[in-house]
Every structure is written in C-alpha cells, then in structure tokens.
Ligand binder design. Structure first.
Ligand code: XUL
Ligand code: CO
Length: 436
C-alpha cells in the first residue's frame, strides 16, 4: 500500500466536515434517469497525478512521486502503476489517460522503449482486469523530446516525422490493449514560431496524413473508438494549428478525417483561445463532434495553461448543461489538472480529485435542475418563434429566395425590433435555480 492512512473516499453529503469525503459526488445516485458515475466517467491523468512533481520555470519539484522506487527505472514505472490503481480504487475513478512516456522512462532506442511499454502494459492490463478500471484514452508524447522542437506532423525533418509515426503506432497498440475508448492528438508543438521559416501548407497536409495513417492502422488492429483532436491555440508554440474547436472541425473536414475523429475539449484551452468552455462544447456538439473533455480551469489574471483542478461550480454547470444537451459523452471527463506547487502531499492529491469530482457532480445536478425547470429551453425556443410561421417558416424550410425576401421586406416598412434577449432576467433565473 502506498497511500497509507487514506481509506476509500466515501460519499458523506454536504454536511460532512471530513476533508477526505465526497460532499456531492454520489456515484450511484440517479440524475435524469442515469447514475452519476455514468454521466461522469471521470479519468485520472497519469502524467499529472503520478509523474508531475510541481516543478515550474523558476524551481524544481516539491512533491515526491517516487512511490518508494528510483525514478527512471522500470521498478518506478511499476510503482507508479501500483500507486495509480490504488489511487483510482480509493477515489472511485474508473478510467485513466496516459501518454506513452508517462508509463515508462524513454530509452535512446525506440526498440528498447517499446519493450518497456510491452512490459508495463502487461502489468497494467492485469491490474485493469482485477479492478475493472480501464483506459479512457491514450496518446503519444510528441512534444517533450528535443527532436519535436518543431512538432511531429509539422516538423521539417522526415526522420522525426517517421519517429512520431512509430510512437503513435505503439501508443495505439497499448491503448487498444488497455480497452481505450479513444485516442488523442493534442497538437503539442504542431504549429510554428515564425512564418519566415515555415511552409504552412506542407505542415498542415503532413499532419493530416499522419492522422490518416493512424486511423488506418488503428482500424486494422481492431480499434473501434474515436480519435480526438484536442484543440489549443498556443503554448508551447506561438501559433498552433488546432486553435479551437471551429478550426479543428474545419481541418478534419478539409482533410476527410471527420468520420473517425471527434474533439477532446479542454476547459483551460478554451479560455486560452478567448472562448468559454461551454462555447467550445457547443461548437463541437452542433457539428456532432463532441467526444470527450479535459476538465480543469485556468487563472484569468495569468492567462496561461495553469491546469488547476476545477472548483468553479457555475462554469461546471454550464459545461454539464452542454454535455447533457448533446446526449452525453462517448469519451469521459479527464482531470488534466495538477495540484498547486505548495500542495505537495499525498492527501493533497486526494483532496484535489475530491474537489474536481464534487464540482462536476454539483454541475451535473444543477444542469439537470435547469433542464427539469424547462424555462431556459422554452425561452430559447420562443425567441426564434418567428421562424416557425409565415415567411420565417419558408426560410426554415429553405423554400425562398433573395428576390422573394426582398419583395417581402419592401412590404414591411421598418421591421419591428427583435424581442428582448432578456440576458439579465435569464441570469437571475439561473441563480435562483442554482441556489434554491
Ligand atoms: C496540454 C494538454 C495535454 C493533452 C494530452 O495542454 O492538455 O496534456 O491533454 O497530450
Ligand atoms: Co489536455
């Protein structure tokens, strides 16, 4: 046992003063006809929870994630898996997400790295079979190693491109073996610093080809899940090709990848793009492209990807409203989040997940309350009522023309203003539902 003295985290309700208990997340509780745990397939991010030690640009790590082994060894890789499964069992998480090099230390020779991946994936598979905990999605880290200084699909080096393909192939093998629901492409460094040295057309086309080859290989080994692009506008690169949901959807359609790909929308990436999380979720959902989400939150004053654990209940409510309205996720909710540098103890790891899971449980319940209340949906429906009758109906049925509409406009004189948007009224109504 690694997390000694920490028992399985139970649901104790909002009156509980126990910091190591859920106040709102009650896995078996039924909301809108489904268990909370089914609405909220939460996942642990291997990299933050088991690898990241709190280092930042100005200082080294504060947390000890050696879990009793020597970092950089296969014994450490196994110790991380032991810690991860104990952590997931104690918090009731049923999924995890990983990058290839989160699982094992990378060797100079990819043949050796792949051997290590074979060893650890067999070890993890056994634990998965014992516990029922599965992979939500896997991915390859195509940004950390210096060879990816210019990205993977967007690199100027054909050898680096081939190396990326090799990593993707292996990461797909491991994802399929561990029952992954999805496979993620976060662009990492798929972008550029200056146009002066960049052939943008070639880079975008090469990225798309890499994705096509990944689809072909994935399907050939029996992968039935979704591939995802995880949009992010910048950081680490100045310009990243998968800027936001709309950009990524356009890219997928331009290159004929939209049947196999959906999006993994990350909250903190949405805000970096100047959007809200719910804007990105809605954009993906209305195109049938909402697959999975990375839940975390940024710090408005800082404006970089701080990956904080989510505590903002109104934001989680708006996000869960979008997810419920989209009919749920085929993926899940991955906590791509890390504890703050000064929260370096084992207990802090648990408190962070309790916070995030409770925040989204509250968000789910409040979003369900908004849907059950019905007034918001009715307001939006009624706001567009003019498209249900007369000339509006002809527009909806696509049975008119500019000529006919121009003649109709002539008959109107000055058209009446649209009905009130009622923004403040709606905000007050949402507050009353949320805080009743
Ligand atoms: C980085 C990020 C990644 C992806 C997976 O901002 O979000 O951790 O989720 O590569
Ligand atoms: Co992410």
């Amino acid at each position: 046992m690694i997390f000694k003295g920490i028992e399985k985290i139970g649901y104790e309700g909002r009156e509980s003063k126990n910091p190591l208990a859920f106040k709102f997340y009650d896995a078996e509780r039924v909301v809108l006809g489904k268990k909370m745990k089914e609405h909220l397939p939460f996942a642990m991010a291997w990299w933050h929870n088991l690898c990241a030690c709190g280092a930042d640009m100005f200082g080294s790590g504060t947390a000890d994630k050696s879990f009793g082994a020597t970092p950089g060894t296969m014994a450490h890789a196994r110790a991380k898996a032991d810690a991860g499964f104990e952590f997931m069992q104690k918090t009731g998480l049923e999924y995890f997400c990983f990058h290839d090099v989160d699982l094992v230390p990378e060797a100079d020779d990819i043949k050796e790295t792949n051997k290590r991946l074979d060893e650890i994936s067999a070890y993890i598979l056994k634990k998965s079979e014992e516990t029922g905990i599965k992979c939500l999605w896997g991915t390859a880290n195509l940004f950390g190693n210096p060879r990816y200084m210019n990205g993977a699909g967007s690199t100027n080096s054909a050898d680096v491109y081939a190396f990326a393909a090799a990593q993707i192939k292996k990461a797909l093998d491991v994802t399929v073996m561990l029952g992954g629901r999805g496979y993620v492409f976060w662009g990492g460094r798929e972008g550029y610093e200056t146009l002066l040295n960049t052939d943008m057309k070639r880079e975008r086309e090469n990225i798309a080809y890499l994705m096509h080859m990944a689809v072909d290989y994935g399907r050939s080994i029996g992968f039935k899940g979704d591939f995802y692009i995880e949009p992010k506008p910048r950081e680490p690169m100045t310009h990243q090709y998968d800027f936001d949901a709309a950009t990524a959807i356009g890219f997928l359609r331009e290159f004929g990848l939209d049947k196999d790909f959906k999006l993994n929308i990350e909250a903190n990436h949405a805000t970096l793009a100047g959007h809200t999380f719910e804007h990105e979720l809605r954009t993906a959902a209305i195109s049938g492209m909402l697959g999975s989400v990375d839940v975390n939150q940024g710090i408005a004053q800082l404006g970089w990807d701080t990956d904080c654990f989510p505590c903002d209940v109104p934001s989680a409510t708006r996000a869960m409203y979008e997810i419920l309205r989209a009919g749920g996720l085929t993926g899940g909710l991955n906590f791509d989040a890390k504890t703050r540098r000064s929260s370096y103890t084992y207990e802090d790891m648990f408190k962070a997940y309790i916070l995030g899971m409770d925040t989204f449980a509250l968000g789910l319940m409040k979003a369900a309350a908004i849907i059950e209340d019905g007034r918001l949906d009715a307001f939006v429906r009624d706001r567009y009522a003019s498209f249900g009758e007369g000339m509006g109906r002809k527009i909806t049925e696509r049975k008119t023309s500019l000529k006919e509409l121009a003649a109709y406009a002539d008959s109107l004189g000055r058209p009446a203003l649209p009905s009130s948007g009622n923004e403040e009224g709606l905000e007050a109504m949402i507050n009353a539902i949320m805080y009743s």
